[in-house]
Ligand binder design. Structure first.
Ligand code: ADP
Ligand code: MG
Length: 319
C-alpha cells in the first residue's frame, strides 16, 4: 500500500476527518482551513510520543491512538479552550493494515469523545512515533494561563491523583492486580479523560491552571514560578482513588500522586468565593491547599508541619 492510499483509507476516510464546524477544509489539500468566530483566539499545542520512551513497544494500536489524543487534548482543557481538531504526524516502520485499522478506530473513539476533527498530518517511514498538534478556540483574554495565581487563592485539583503512575506499573508488568483493581487504573492510563468541560467552566473563575502530566509537585512548581507565588499543599487533602490505594497502599499512592505523572487532570487556583458555585454545579473541584506570598511548593500535614518529599517529578534529560 502506497502512502497516499494509506492516508486515504485510514485517515481521510475516518469519521473524525469529516469537515464541519470551524473546519472549512480538512485532509487532502496543502493546508487545512479553520474559521474562528470574531473575538476568539486559537489555542495550539504539540506533543510527540516515541515508542519505548512514552509508550511500551508493541502496545495495542487502538489504545495507543486513544491515549495519544487524550493526552494532547488535555493541554486544551488546561487553557479552558473549546476543542476544534488536531493534526497527526505519524512515523511507522511498516504499513500493516490490521495495525492501521485499530489505530484509526482508537483515534475516532477519542476524537468523538473530545469533539475534535482530524485536520491533516504527515506520514513517513521510520521508528514508530506520533506527533499530535491540537487546536482549540477561546474568547480573547479568557485563557487559563499558569501566571495568574494570587496569594489567598485556593489550590484545587480536578480528581484523584496518582492513578496514571499506578497504572504504568501494571502496564510495565512491575505489579499485578486483580481485575477489580487493575481495570479502573488501566482505563485511566489508556483512555485518559481530558477535563475539557471543567476547563471551560473555569474560564473567568480560575486564576491559573495547568494539566498535571509530570506529578502534582513538579507541575504546581510551574504555577508557582509563572505566577511569582508560593503554593502550600496539605498532603492529607490530596484525593486518592480506591483502586490506587488497594494497589499501592497509602504511602506509595501518595508518592504516585505527588511525583508520578500521567494523570492528565487539572490543577488550578481559585479565588475562594468561586468555590461554592463550582461545587454546587457538580464540578469535580477538590481544594488541596492555598496560594501564599513567596516562592516554591511546600507540602505540609494537617497540623501545618512540613512533609519531606524528595522526588519532584519526571523530567527528560535529567540525570
Ligand atoms: P504535502 O506533501 O503537501 O505535505 P502529504 O502528501 O504529506 O502532503 O499529505 C497529503 C494530505 O494528507 C494532506 O492534506 C495531509 O494533511 C494529509 N495527511 C497526511 N498524512 C496524514 C495523517 N497521518 N493523518 C491525517 N492526514 C494526513
Ligand atoms: Mg506532508
Amino acid at each position: 500500500m502506497g502512502e497516499f492510499e494509506l492516508i486515504r483509507h485510514y485517515f481521510a476516510a475516518a469519521t473524525c476527518a469529516r469537515s464541519g464546524g470551524e473546519v472549512l477544509l480538512g485532509i487532502g489539500d496543502d493546508c487545512a482551513l479553520l474559521a474562528l468566530p470574531a473575538g476568539e483566539v486559537l489555542a495550539v499545542s504539540t506533543d510527540t510520543l516515541v515508542e519505548t520512551v512514552h509508550f511500551p513497544g508493541g502496545c495495542d494500536p487502538e489504545l495507543l491512538a486513544q491515549r495519544a489524543l487524550g493526552v494532547s487534548a488535555s493541554d486544551l482543557a488546561a487553557m479552558g479552550a473549546t476543542p476544534i481538531g488536531f493534526t497527526l504526524a505519524l512515523t511507522l516502520p511498516e504499513a500493516r493494515p490490521s495495525w492501521l485499522e485499530a489505530f484509526s478506530r482508537g483515534l475516532d473513539a477519542m476524537a468523538a469523545r473530545c469533539a475534535m476533527r482530524l485536520l491533516g498530518g504527515d506520514t513517513t517511514r521510520g521508528p514508530l512515533s506520533l506527533t499530535l498538534t491540537v487546536f482549540g478556540r477561546l474568547p480573547r483574554g479568557a485563557a487559563l494561563t499558569r501566571s495568574g495565581a494570587r496569594p489567598g487563592d485556593l489550590l484545587c485539583v480536578g480528581g484523584p491523583l496518582g492513578d496514571g503512575a499506578g497504572a504504568l506499573a501494571l502496564v510495565l508488568g512491575q505489579r499485578q492486580a486483580p481485575p477489580s483493581v487493575a481495570d479502573a487504573l488501566l482505563a485511566r492510563y489508556w483512555a485518559p479523560r481530558p477535563q475539557l468541560d471543567l476547563g471551560q467552566a473555569l474560564r473567568g473563575r480560575a486564576s491559573a491552571a495547568l494539566d498535571i502530566s509530570d506529578g502534582l509537585l513538579g507541575d504546581c512548581g510551574h504555577i508557582a514560578t509563572a505566577s511569582g507565588v508560593a503554593l502550600r499543599i496539605e498532603s492529607e487533602r490530596i484525593p486518592l482513588s480506591a483502586p490506587l490505594l488497594q494497589l499501592l497502599g497509602h504511602e506509595q499512592a501518595l508518592a504516585a500522586a505527588l511525583a508520578g505523572g500521567d494523570d492528565y487532570l487539572l490543577a488550578f487556583t481559585l479565588p475562594p468565593d468561586q468555590l461554592p458555585s463550582l461545587q454546587a454545579q457538580g464540578w469535580p473541584v477538590h481544594p488541596i491547599g492555598t496560594v501564599e506570598a513567596g516562592s516554591g511548593v511546600r507540602l505540609v500535614d494537617s497540623a501545618g508541619a512540613p512533609v519531606a518529599f524528595a522526588d519532584q517529578g519526571y523530567r527528560h534529560f535529567s540525570s
